[in-house]
Design a protein around this ligand. Structure first.
Ligand code: TMP
Length: 236
């Protein structure tokens, strides 16, 4: 199978057409961004780390019966995925208060939530990805009610599987973001990536940040932190 023309370039990945119908070649870039792209840096080794971490996590989720676009890892920085139309929603799950939730609602970071909270953000850079609700999704025609319910069911299942997985790594899953895509047949699949870029991961014992907050908050170098997550994943 051959890599063909560039389909899309995002903040952290490039997507290419392949010689095989329905398959897309993904290249993870050495780019770190925050604040919707306002903070941007080249970080040597990041693409490799996120590709390997995401590949491992999608494999683990697949073992738990969670369907994703992931097909296989192609190289240290590349993976093969099924072609999907991304539903323009960032689906956030919060198990513990942190980040924008803590800021918006004045809840201390680290405060456990009584149940996992699902939030939807409209993926639209021009609008800075605003928080929206299910009525907004329906009214804007982003997804049908059936699709929203399917996404919520899948998201809860992903949350349970990820909590268990990270627990094995002595990591607390504070919150995370996932995206979903639709295949040509209309099947909804987990898509995009799951990595320290898209999750808040705190060390179980020390509460140390093992995620992109290290970069967002200028707490230090993200490479050793992401390496530590990959090291723990490779041990299980
Ligand atoms: P937030 O607290 O900034 O809303 O972020 C919640 C979670 O979603 C956190 O784990 C980081 C992740 N996230 C992304 O992956 N991409 C984004 O664009 C945003 C805003 C958050």
């Amino acid at each position: 199978m051959e890599k063909e023309s560039l389909l899309y370039e995002g903040k952290a990945k490039k997507l290419y057409k392949t010689s095989e119908d329905g398959l897309v070649w993904v290249e993870y870039l050495n780019q770190a961004t925050a604040l919707n792209g306002a903070k941007k840096d080249k970080v040597q080794g990041k693409g490799e780390l996120n590709n390997q971490i995401t590949s491992k996590i999608f494999e683990k989720l697949n073992e738990r019966g969670i369907a994703s676009h992931f097909v296989r890892k192609l190289s240290k920085t590349e993976q093969l995925v099924k072609e999907v139309n991304i539903i323009p929603l960032e689906v956030v799950v919060r198990n513990v208060a942190a980040g924008s939730f803590s800021k918006r609602l004045d809840v201390l970071e680290g405060h456990p939530l009584p149940f996992p909270i699902i939030e939807f953000y409209f993926k639209e850079d021009r609008l800075d990805d605003p928080l929206i609700n299910e009525d907004h999704i329906l009214a804007l025609g982003i997804a049908t009610n059936e699709e929203i319910q399917k996404i919520k069911t899948m998201t809860h299942k992903i949350n349970h599987a990820l909590i268990d997985l990270f627990n094995e790594l002595s990591i607390k899953l504070i919150d995370f973001k996932v995206e979903f895509g639709k295949t040509a047949e209309g099947e909804i699949l987990l898509a995009d990536e799951i990595s320290p870029d898209t999750c808040r991961l705190w060390d179980l014992k020390t509460n140390e940040h093992l995620d992109k907050d290290v970069y967002r908050r200028d707490l230090g170098d993200l490479v050793p932190v992401y390496k530590e997550v990959l090291r723990r994943l490779e041990e299980i």
